[in-house]
Design a protein around this ligand. Structure first.
Ligand code: PLP
Ligand code: COI
Length: 344
């Protein structure tokens, strides 16, 4: 793939795709420690054919974004939370965690190096940042690796769900994403490998994404393929599923706090697929998804329409305006939510 050129991007019409940008970050772990790491223009990875990641899936990743502010500067949104979650995911797969303070510094370094690719303020696009750790040590039996690599790639993106702030359709699946006691709480590639088949069946049938149900009863909503789920009750309360097998979303944590500040009495609780009538609005929330309205959920052939199939509801819009206002730097957020990336 050729290296991308900033002048070739049509920022307002970007999809969610990979482009090969000038710089990535690369660090290596061996003999019990991480090296200093460095920026590199090599976007390929060399490893042994017996690397653990290729056979037994030692891989954990993160997703965060860099946002262009009105004054031309660039903000990250709560990157310390991504550092911490990557640490937890790495520990779950017996990989060496990358030090959390160095994670944030490395993210700043790679954003600064690719600063011409942080899309303009107001374009609706952002620079997506994908840090990941892989087990590169050689194995043939099922054992953890003793060598790891940490990389950060960045790529400019538009909306993850095609409608953006237009409601789209979702569908439940007979497949499970993750088991209770499995790796659902970790951001690891195996969870997404398991979601490819149900996800592609949903897309083929015109749905934006899958609504996964709990793996025991197939009754309670877990989350979507690439985002957590929320519903707004008819009396304006914010509810989101509680489960041991969903990803602890940083956007969700932030929206719980924002909803509380709006007096929406946020709650993490069991949400039955048979009790959707309680909601007047519903949405997807995540770094890539931001907030995307869920227009309808189809379960066993029955389609449940929330607020509207074409219009976004007022609570969803209000939550979106506050969240994206903070992310874009237009509104002041709680302490530590907005982290400036020095560009000089
Ligand atoms: N759930 C899944 C399965 C995801 O892939 C993501 C994306 O990271 C989320 C939820 C949302 O998490 P966050 O808000 O931390 O991006
Ligand atoms: C993210 O929101 O960062 C994710 O990792 C979701 C992914 C499906 C693109």
């Amino acid at each position: 793939m050729e290296k991308a050129k900033a002048e070739n991007f049509d920022w307002p019409n970007l999809g969610f795709n990979y482009y090969d940008l000038p710089y990535s970050f690369h660090a290596e772990y061996k003999d019990g420690k991480w090296d200093e790491g460095k920026l590199t223009s090599d976007s390929t990875i060399k490893m042994s054919e017996a690397a653990n990641v290729l056979h037994y899936g030692q891989e954990a990743f993160e997703g965060l974004k860099a946002y262009r502010r009105k004054d031309g500067g660039v903000n990250l949104f709560r990157p310390d939370m991504n550092a911490k979650r990557l640490h937890n995911s790495a520990e779950r797969l017996l990989m060496a965690p990358f030090p959390e303070d160095r994670f944030v510094e490395a993210v700043k370094m790679v954003v600064k190096a690719n600063q011409n690719f942080v899309p303009p303020y107001g374009s609706g696009a952002t620079l997506y940042i994908r840090p990941f750790i892989i087990g590169t040590g050689e194995v043939i039996g099922v054992h953890p690796a003793d060598k790891f690599q940490f990389h950060i790639l960045v790529t400019p993106v538009g909306p993850y769900y095609k409608g953006g702030m237009k409601p789209t359709e979702y569908v439940t699946s007979p497949y499970d994403r993750a088991a209770h006691g499995g790796t659902g709480q970790s951001k690891v590639s195996g969870n997404y490998a398991a979601s490819l088949l149900p996800g592609s069946l949903a897309h083929k049938n015109g749905y934006s994404d899958v609504v996964y149900l709990d793996p025991r009863l197939h009754e309670n909503i877990e989350e979507l393929g690439g985002a957590n789920f929320f519903g707004i009750t008819k009396d304006g309360k914010f509810k989101t599923p509680k489960s041991p097998s969903i990803l602890p979303s940083i956007t969700k944590k932030s929206l719980l706090q924002i909803a509380d500040s709006f007096g929406m009495e946020p709650e993490e609780t069991t949400i039955s697929i048979y009790d959707l009538d309680q909601f007047s609005e519903a949405g997807a929330m995540g770094t890539a998804a931001v907030i995307s309205p869920v227009g309808s959920i189809t379960h066993n052939g029955n389609k449940h329409v929330f607020y509207s199939e074409t219009e976004v509801g007022s609570y969803t819009q209000k939550l979106y305006d506050r969240l994206s206002g903070i992310q874009d730097g237009d509104q002041k957020g709680p302490d530590g939510w907005q982290v400036d990336v020095p560009l000089k």
